[in-house]
Design a protein around this ligand. Structure first.
Ligand code: AMP
Length: 291
């Protein structure tokens, strides 16, 4: 496995594969890898000849009062996990490699980025779009793998590659969940004591609206009310949003259809968690067995 911290070295490695017609899959991450990340890696290993994973804790997508400083950093164990999984290349630059002195060009997307997570994190998608556009230039892959856990991010990235004519196929993969439904996240480790149990309210709220939809409820107001009500049940939960949206535009539909998605964000004991679930169709999510 090649480990690169320099952009030049990573680009040369991937170009050497591109020029020989070897297909390349790319998985961008911020590290502290868990089984959600590894499901993307496994998809890339299955579908592509070579797989590259980036590990970069991107300062540009954290707000001033967010958790950049305390975000888990575990480069050594991440790299050994990726090596054991059979990954071909790791790109792990430091911040000065990605944002050298004089850096002043940003990728700003309008519309899709202003609602949901963008409402409380105004610079978040500017940071995400900029770093992902740069990563796509450094790792010219055939396919890039994202988790549906970050639904809005995947919609924004798909729009960005279309708008900027970036030649990469975006693959959006199912959410990996603990056995009790909590979506895996690097931030779950912030949950202490009873917060871990309370965090399941996101999944419970999503399952409740899915059940109501199956029972025939199509009224978006009723479904939204049920979603938000369930989300605010635990003592330490502070719901941020609970909405029904169309999967491609993230707009609120007039009435609920099977492909509409319930999306939620909440602070649990101060830890911000997000999750989502389609109202209809087969649930593709992967539930891990109990520990
Ligand atoms: P992050 O390191 O948090 O930036 O996440 C890197 C990628 O892993 C993103 O595309 C996420 O959507 C994806 N991811 C994070 N958690 C999960 C999960 N529980 N299931 C599937 N994919 C996930």
């Amino acid at each position: 496995m090649e480990i690169c911290s320099e952009k030049k070295k990573a680009l040369a490695l991937v170009r050497s594969w591109n020029s020989r017609g070897i297909s390349v899959g790319f998985v961008p991450t911020m590290g502290a890898l868990h089984r959600g990340h590894m499901s993307l890696v496994e998809a890339s290993l299955r579908e592509c000849d070579r797989t590259v994973v980036s590990i970069f804790l991107n300062p540009a997508q954290f707000g001033e009062n967010e958790d950049f400083d305390r975000y888990p950093r575990r480069l050594e164990s991440d790299v050994s996990l990726l090596g054991r999984a059979g990954v071909d290349g790791v790109f792990a630059p430091d911040a000065s490699e990605m944002y050298p002195s004089g850096f002043c060009t940003w990728v700003v997307q309008e519309g899709l980025t202003e609602r949901l997570c963008g409402a409380s994190r105004p610079d978040f998608f500017r940071g995400v779009c900029t770093v992902v556009a740069k990563l796509f230039a450094i790792i010219p892959a055939d396919r890039a793998y994202f988790g549906r856990k970050d639904l809005q991010q995947s919609v924004v990235i798909k729009r960005m590659v279309t708008d900027l004519d970036i030649p990469v196929d975006i693959r959006v993969m199912p959410i990996v969940r603990e056995s009790d439904g909590l979506a895996l996240s690097s931030r779950n480790r912030y949950l202490i004591g009873g917060q871990r149990r309370e965090a399941t309210c996101l999944h419970e709220a999503l399952m409740e609206v899915r059940d109501r939809f199956r029972g025939g409820e199509r009224d978006v107001d009723c479904l939204t009310e049920a979603l938000c009500g369930r989300l605010s049940r635990p003592a330490t939960a502070e719901p941020e949003y609970g909405e029904i949206v169309a999967p491609d535009t993230l707009a609120r539909p007039r009435s609920a259809s099977p492909d509409a998605v319930a999306v939620v964000a909440a602070l649990i004991g101060g830890t911000r968690l997000i999750d989502n679930m389609p109202l209809g169709g087969e649930l593709e999510d992967i539930y891990l067995p109990p520990e």
